[in-house]
Write a protein that binds this ligand. Structure first.
Ligand code: EZ4
Ligand code: CO
Length: 403
């Protein structure tokens, strides 16, 4: 028995907002979990503080599955991003505690390393095709084996995925939502030439990825996938919104470009039909937004039955605590595909000292007991929460569209 004596929510803004749950036990061992829901951070902080933490005190920190079920079934209200992010934070912190108590890195508790390291992909962004390719060449030079390409769209002032800063792209950028303008027609014309030129410049020995960010209809996605086939993309991400999972059938009928979906999914039920019907190739659900390591393992096990591989979300709004958890998960899960990796700002890394490392396109969680990541609370306290929103997106005629 490892009794939970205290739990606290730490909200900090070292470059961007992060919410972290810290759980303490009577043995002096503590664990941390990421609880960051970009643009809606304080909803999760309140969910934890006001409703979850009172139930945790006195429970046995070793009983990860029981506590997961208690918070999921016991709440009566199941699923949803706020609930599942809160449960994820508890689950992640409990795996951290179990690893520290055992003196083992979490990946050892998950079955041990199933590979030497975790392949990650970086983000090459640019206003123009040339700038994007230049960024991609830089990633290739650093040893990246997989690179996501996003370029500005000629005729549109701003485009998703194209940052002002070369490495530290941060989408939630204003105290009120920024508004962007979108044209699917212009976008659809711009992507195939980007990939054609990228293959010329980068060759064929590097994986190239692209994110359509839920902005296409199924038939448009089918066409884009087909247009990209000659350049053999590793995946086309979020081609269309996934509320209607059946719409992916239409995409499949038109293209063999692999499809990745799920960064906004919160549970296995969001993935089930896509996976069982083999409508996707990579599942992007993450530790922090899909119920923690415990639930993500369940999703991966379902996916494995259908040869769907993992491709966890890993943008900068997922804290180093989530990154560490994702690396333990990715190192040990049999059907690993790729892990997204956007470097955090130096202020973020200082608040969250960590054992994970990058080497020649691969990452490793390190061998520190638990997750191998900590939070410097004194430093965290220096960065006050700043309300920040993801942008919204409108069509050229003003219609509110998908971001
Ligand atoms: O827009 O993490 O693939 N990565 C992405 C990200 C998401 C943000 C949302 O919080 O699509 O940039
Ligand atoms: Co995405």
């Amino acid at each position: 028995m490892l009794r939970i004596t205290n739990a606290r929510v730490i909200v900090t803004c070292p470059g961007r907002n992060f919410v972290t749950l810290k759980i303490e036990t009577d043995a002096g061992v503590y664990g941390i979990g990421d609880a960051t829901l970009n643009g809606r951070e304080l909803a999760v902080a309140s969910y934890l503080e006001d409703h979850v933490i009172p139930c945790l005190i006195g429970k046995d920190a070793h009983r990860i599955e029981d506590i997961w079920q208690y918070l999921y079934r016991g709440a009566y209200w199941r699923r949803g991003p706020v609930t599942m992010t809160a449960i994820a934070a508890v689950d992640t912190a409990l795996w951290d505690i179990k690893g520290k108590a055992a003196g083992l890195p979490v990946y050892q508790l998950l079955g041990g390393a199933a590979r030497e390291g975790v392949m990650v992909y970086g983000h090459a962004n640019g206003e123009t095709i040339e700038a994007t390719i230049e960024a991609a060449l830089d990633y290739k030079e650093q040893g990246y084996k997989a690179i996501r390409l996003q370029s500005g769209v000629p005729g549109l002032a701003s485009t998703y995925g194209v940052s002002k800063d070369k490495y530290f792209y941060e989408p939630a950028d204003a105290a009120l939502p920024t508004e962007n303008v979108w044209s699917t027609e212009k976008y659809m014309r711009s992507v195939p030439p980007l990939f054609a030129k990228a293959r010329d410049a980068l060759g064929w020995d590097v994986h190239l990825l692209h994110d359509a960010h839920h902005r296409l209809t199924p038939i448009e996605a089918g066409r884009l996938g087909r247009d990209l086939e000659p350049y053999r993309p590793f995946w086309l991400e979020d081609p269309t919104p996934a509320e209607n999972q059946d719409s992916f059938r239409l995409i499949r009928q038109h293209t063999t470009t692999p499809i990745a979906v799920g960064e906004i999914f919160s549970s296995i039920h969001d993935c089930r039909s896509l996976i069982e019907n083999q409508l996707i190739d990579y599942i992007r659900a993450t530790v922090v937004h899909a119920g923690g390591i415990t639930h993500l393992r369940r999703i991966a096990a379902l996916a494995d039955l259908y040869q769907v591989r993992t491709g966890c979300h890993g943008a900068t709004d997922l804290s180093p605590v989530c990154m560490a958890a994702a690396l333990h998960f990715g190192l040990s899960v049999p059907n690993f595909g790729v892990q997204e990796y956007m470097r955090h700002a130096a202020e973020t890394d200082a608040v969250f000292p960590h054992a994970y490392r990058f080497e020649r396109g691969m990452m490793h969680p390190g061998d520190a007991p638990g997750l191998g990541v900590d939070i410097d609370e004194a430093l965290a306290a220096r960065y006050e929460y700043k309300r920040a929103y993801l942008p919204v997106n409108r069509l050229e005629d003003g219609t509110l569209f998908n971001w």
